[in-house]
Ligand binder design. Structure first.
Ligand SMILES: Cc1cc2nc3c(=O)[nH]c(=O)nc-3n(C[C@H](O)[C@H](O)[C@H](O)COP(=O)(O)O)c2cc1C
Length: 198
């Protein structure tokens, strides 16, 4: 999408919807749309896509920004793989959408360990995508993630992924506001600086 000062967000939303409608006329297979995390209302965008006939959404597309080399003052294009912390943004939106939409919810971005995948399943993801981990460690890493998920399920007494899915989504937790920005002040209050920092 062009970073154009004259393009309103509504026009970008409309492009996604038009793309979906065009695709639906061409194919009969289910269509899942991968969304940017930068929509002003991710949940509403998902609802619009659901109403327009999407089968699912994948949250989120990971954009690769150019970097700047401060020695030669040039742009550098290099691939930075993700880190686990990136999955928390996805986790929050999956948790908010779970149980409120018929869309299949795919989680993508920052899944490197069984723990990352488990959190996204608990939030309500139907599927978890993995890319950076495979690039870094090869296909055998998938086995480790799977083994970790199975061990955790056994430890917690879960027999199936269905029992896990959405257990910690927004509609399931005792304090749904913890997924909202209102929790910001509480989070800031809980921060502790390193030793010697006042
Ligand atoms: C080399 C590479 C190629 C990718 N190609 C695509 C693509 O064609 N379409 C797409 O939707 N995402 C593409 N992605 C994004 C991944 O599908 C994934 O959403 C993203 O890397 C975040 O997941 P990760 O943290 O597991 O890497 C690509 C990522 C990488 C690293």
């Amino acid at each position: 999408m062009a970073a154009d000062l004259n393009t309103p967000g509504s026009e970008i939303e409309q492009r996604y919807l038009e793309l979906l409608k065009d695709l639906r006329q061409q194919v009969t297979i289910p269509i899942n749309m991968k969304l940017s995390p930068a929509f002003s209302s991710v949940a509403n965008m998902a609802k619009q896509l659901e109403d327009a006939g999407a089968s699912g959404v994948a949250l989120f597309n990971r954009f690769y920004q150019p970097d700047i080399n401060i020695d030669n003052l040039r742009l550098v294009s290099s691939l930075h793989t993700s880190v686990s912390a990136e999955s928390l943004l996805t986790m929050r939106w999956i948790a908010i959408l779970h149980g409120r939409t018929t869309l299949s919810l795919g989680a993508t971005g920052g899944v490197h360990t069984a723990e990352d995948a488990i959190k996204l399943l608990l939030a309500g993801a139907d599927v978890v995508h993995i890319c950076s981990l495979l690039l870094e460690q090869g296909p055998s890493a998938l086995g480790q993630v799977l083994t970790g998920i199975k061990a955790w399920m056994e430890e917690k007494g879960f027999d199936s992924i269905d029992e896990v899915r959405g257990r910690v989504s927004q509609i399931s937790v005792p304090h749904p506001a913890e997924f909202e920005r209102a929790n910001y002040v509480h989070i800031l209050d809980s921060f502790r600086s390193g030793p010697g920092v006042f």
